[in-house]
Design a protein around this ligand. Sequence first.
Ligand code: ZN
Ligand code: ZN
Length: 650
Amino acid sequence: MDEKEAKERSKEQNDQLFSKIEEMLPKEAEFVKAEFEGPDIVIYLKNAKAVYQDDAIVRGIASSIKKKLIIRSDESHLMEAEKAKELIKSLIPEEAVVASIKFMPRFSEVYIEALKPGLVIGKGGTTLKNISMQTGWCPKVLRTPTMTSDTIAGVRQLLFNEEDFRKKFLTNVGKDINRALTKSEWLKATALGGYREVGRSSLLLETPNSKVIIDCGLSPEPAVRGADANTDVNKAFPYLDSANLSINELNAVIITHAHMDHMGFIPYLFKYGYDGPVYCTPPTRDLAALLLKDYVKLVIRSGGTPLYEEKDVRKMLMHMITRDYNEVTNITDEMKLTYHNAGHILGSGTVHLHVGEGMYNIVHTGDLKYGFTRLLDPANTKYPRIDVLFTESTYGGNGDVSPNRHDAERTLMETIKRTITAGGKVLIPLFAVGRSQELQLVLESYLANDGPYKLDVPVFLDGMILEASAIHTAYPEYLKENVRNRILNNRSPFESEIFEVIKGERAEMVEKGPAIILASGGMMNGGASVDYLRMLGDDPKNSIIFVGYNSAGSLGRRVQNGLKEAVLPDGDGHLAPLKINMNVHTVEGFSGHSDRRQLVNFVENIRPKPKTIYTMHGEEQKCEDLARALGRMMHVDARAPMNLDSIRLK
Ligand SMILES: [Zn+2]
Ligand SMILES: [Zn+2]
């Protein structure tokens, strides 16, 4: 079939689909047109009320065509914006605390941002229904974070400003998704990065008709030092060029979660001409905005050249299509994507991909926590179908069993108490997203409540932690029930009075008495934690406590292994000596990754049982250990592919 023929066939097929929808709608709804908008179908009606009155109509059509339907009023039947705004205000109770009401005429949508979205929605959605019935505008509700977040405000504003672009972009994506294709005969996976290593995660999936990648990350070290630094740049990013892949052939990029080793290379794709969709959950989009902009700043500050600029990050944000957990989404004519909770960080998802009509099913864990944390529920183990499982292996080695959380918390608090009572300061370097919030929950629980670890000591937050926590308060529904409830009831643990925020007066704070400092820069490749190490390292009364992953070769790993002296670039790009006489502790059990036991339990409990397992995201030995153990235990083919391995899945 040549291209012209294919286009004609697609048009014919889609016209048929649209007329089928028109036929199923009640006559009095007065159908105007139907069009694709990203993965969804939008129907414009002159009299949308006729459909809003009866939810069963839309549900019936959607299940018959197996696609999500969005009903909107035709432009000519929208109430004038100022008038609609007044009416909407009168329909929403004051206690909802509405922050803004903004209209997107290209989408016939009105965005209502409020502190209490539940009150905007109304019981069973009644208030929203009233708004659409009376104004014709389709209401969308956004939650105001309980802590101010510049990132969220910025992302939301960008999407408003780029309304015209978004409409055009989504229409094009919709056309690409709904091409009429001949049935694909094969499916192939190619490991582009993050296999037998941690960093630059990327997996390419190909059929004769489509190409998508899951994750596209940077390796931790060169990423921070800048692409032109004297490091092994070849190890910095995925092997996209070696896979004979031209960026323009990609149909979609799927992100599992907002850590740099999973999405840090994506703005580079946009810099070099990618203009397709990037799928992720809503919190992943906002966290990615925060981390990517910080990466660009950090590299420039340390005298390097970042791989891309802030404008490329903005381009990426404009191309993002967000989906919540459990929403089934067509991302190409033959691939359906569904995210499920991965338990690793806010918004992290395992990826379920259904390829062809029943041809093949893939589950990709991204990073996974199948165990207790205070912030998130453990990873989901129930899937509709699974042929192959790609599982992370960070702590998949034979000996990688970490202590249980209860013991880990006691060890941590004991270590803190000892340092504080001896008059020292405690430095805890953390990934701003994930471990920081988990540690905030732990410290808040022990320090503020009666018990052996109730200490009257300030906990200082520095670096990006505050902003990352603020983003958490905009997505309580993604968090564990009791954290969610506290945020909803205005008692957010992240805003507890034990926390104090450092803004520029680091040296001053260091002069004062005992304190606990949570500083971003988890592996100490840069960030606030390195500055504190420089200020606190020399004093043997102080302690540094590692609670998260340090990659091989990172400063964090070197300190952990007993580094006593080093020369490091300071904030102004000059080299300065560093002395480490402080106590160095590692407390295990707080990881956002599953330990060996949890990985094994996850695979044992996952339903249905996968036929094949591939390990990834772990140092070589750990990937191999885990594959061997899972193969033996599950009686399935289990292997640890290498980067650049191509595997025919079907
Ligand atoms: Zn991660
Ligand atoms: Zn990772």
